[in-house]
Design a protein around this ligand. Structure first.
Ligand SMILES: [Zn+2]
Length: 75
């Protein structure tokens, strides 16, 4: 699996969409090996949780998103 595929599947993964066992395992394996995608995953997961708490993506404060991006940029 390359990064492009991993990122595409990431959203299904977070969304709880059913990936096949094989796809899920390949994605988790990629996240373990690839630092860029792992960070992406952590970031998206954080956003996802905020969205679910707040209901709408638009209600996530822009300042908070920027803060998360700053944290990730330091890695
Ligand atoms: Zn990757």
């Amino acid at each position: 699996m390359n990064c492009k595929e991993a990122v595409e599947k990431l959203y299904f993964y977070l969304d709880g969409e059913v990936l096949t066992e094989e796809e899920r395992r390949a994605l988790e394996e990629h996240l373990n090996l690839c630092r860029a995608c792992c960070q992406r995953y952590e970031f998206e997961k954080l956003l996802w949780n905020l969205v679910r708490q707040n209901g709408q993506r638009e209600s996530v404060p822009q300042t908070l998103i920027m803060r998360i991006e700053n944290v990730l940029a330091r890695f």
